[in-house]
Design a protein around this ligand. Structure first.
Ligand SMILES: [Cu+2]
Length: 57
């Protein structure tokens, strides 16, 4: 992809859970090449922020 490009991706979502997809060039991932895929009705037991000290980059 080039800067500013937007792509649409089709996938078969048949494995319910909470998923993160990211670029394996970690500099890119840290710059935002990360997507969080969730399914309606699927919840995580983990919390972000606050007293958990779990803060995304
Ligand atoms: Cu990348």
């Amino acid at each position: 992809m080039q800067p500013g490009e937007v792509w649409q991706v089709a996938l078969r979502a048949d494995n319910p859970g909470v998923w993160m997809a990211h670029c394996h060039n970690l500099d890119h991932a840290a710059a935002g090449m990360v997507v969080h895929l969730t399914y309606e009705g699927v919840r995580s037991p983990f919390m972000v922020g606050g007293h958990t000290h779990n803060h995304p980059e």
